[in-house]
Design a protein around this ligand. Structure first.
Ligand code: NAD
Length: 302
């Protein structure tokens, strides 16, 4: 009987946070100011409040300055615009994160979330969501990459480094993905699309699937790497997944009993020879660690 090997995202994120903290300590030891992250939180979305609190906590651990600007859910379009413009001009702010989703009353046909994201200065756009930075992800010339896809790539590289826990985060090598076949399920601007380009830029052969794709269970066949980012539990099971495959589950789904699960039918993989991320404890911690890494990169760029 074989077992899946768990890819421990909590461990890898801790290593990444240590590496970021060392960089910030070095900056501060030269009597320079610490890098600063500004987060804009609009409205009362409970999940968003938890995410923002976690980000503040991680920033503190890395000695990164952080400020959260809380705006009421009935904030006007002009007030939100003004908040973003002020942060763009603030010399002490290196990175801006607009927490999504925005309240429905702010969204219209002409001004959707993409509109507000586009107001962030590309040099402070910490999750690479402005069109300018997306273009740079597209042509492979960006100095930073969106946080979740970056975390996914780190988890893949860590797995190809034999999950060696003795090495430092910075010594994990970029795996040679030439000739590897990858399936990405989900085509969002936040995860699936940028990840497909990042894997393509690393020479993987990429297949994309989404809500209109037929026969997903057949598509998983022969893939070396499978990433799911749909928010749809039990998307597929271990049937047809090849031995030794790497499965990265980005999805976060809350079941009726309150349990958090990913997109994969995790139970079905319990006798499978594969590498798999758990939910929670896989991609989630890596996303926050990548956010901290990006804050420091933007600080250095400026
Ligand atoms: P999204 O809603 O913007 O996109 C979902 C994508 O999944 C769409 O492209 C859709 O076509 C596809 N999809 C939906 N149902 C499908 C199905 N049955 N079969 C195939 N494809 C299907 O979502 P998102 O922002 O990309 O997030 C996806 C999931 O990842 C959510 O559960 C979200 O909470 C989670 N997430 C986790 C992290 C993290 O750090 N762990 C970060 C971002 C998102």
């Amino acid at each position: 009987m074989t077992n899946p090997t768990i890819i421990d995202g909590t461990f890898l994120a801790m290593k990444k946070i240590e590496a970021v903290r060392e960089q910030v300590e070095k900056i501060c030891s030269q009597s320079l100011r610490a890098p600063k992250l500004a987060v804009i939180l609009v409205g009362d979305n409970e999940a968003s409040k938890i995410y923002v609190r976690n980000k503040e906590k991680k920033a503190k651990e890395c000695f990164i300055d952080s400020e959260t600007i809380i705006l009421p859910s009935d904030v006007s379009k002009e007030e939100l615009e003004e908040t973003i413009f002020k942060l763009n001009l603030d010399e002490k702010v290196d990175a801006i994160l607009l927490q999504l989703p925005l309240p429905q009353n702010l969204i219209s046909d002409s001004f959707d979330e993409k509109y507000f994201l586009s107001l962030i200065s590309p040099s402070k756009d910490v999750d690479c969501l402005t069109s300018f930075n997306q273009g740079r992800v597209f042509n492979g010339s960006s100095s930073i990459y969106p946080c979740t896809p970056q975390g996914v790539l780190n988890l893949i590289d860590f797995t190809y480094s034999d999950l060696d826990t003795s090495i430092s985060f910075d010594s994990i090598k970029s795996a040679n993905l030439a000739g590897k076949s990858a399936l990405i399920v989900g085509r969002s601007l936040l995860v699936g699309k940028p990840l497909s380009l990042m894997l393509l830029n690393r020479n993987a052969t990429v297949t994309m699937a989404h809500s209109k794709t037929q026969n997903l269970q057949d598509l998983v066949k022969d893939k070396d790497i499978i990433v799911t980012a749909t928010g749809y539990p039990k998307l597929f099971n271990s049937q047809n997944v090849k031995d030794g495959a790497i499965l990265i589950d980005v999805g976060i789904n809350k079941l009726e009993n309150g349990k958090l699960v990913g997109d994969l039918d995790f139970e079905s993989f319990k006798n499978k020879d594969c590498y798999i991320t758990p939910v929670p404890g896989g991609v989630g911690p890596m996303t926050i660690a990548s956010l901290m890494e990006n804050v420091v990169k933007l600080y250095k760029n400026r």
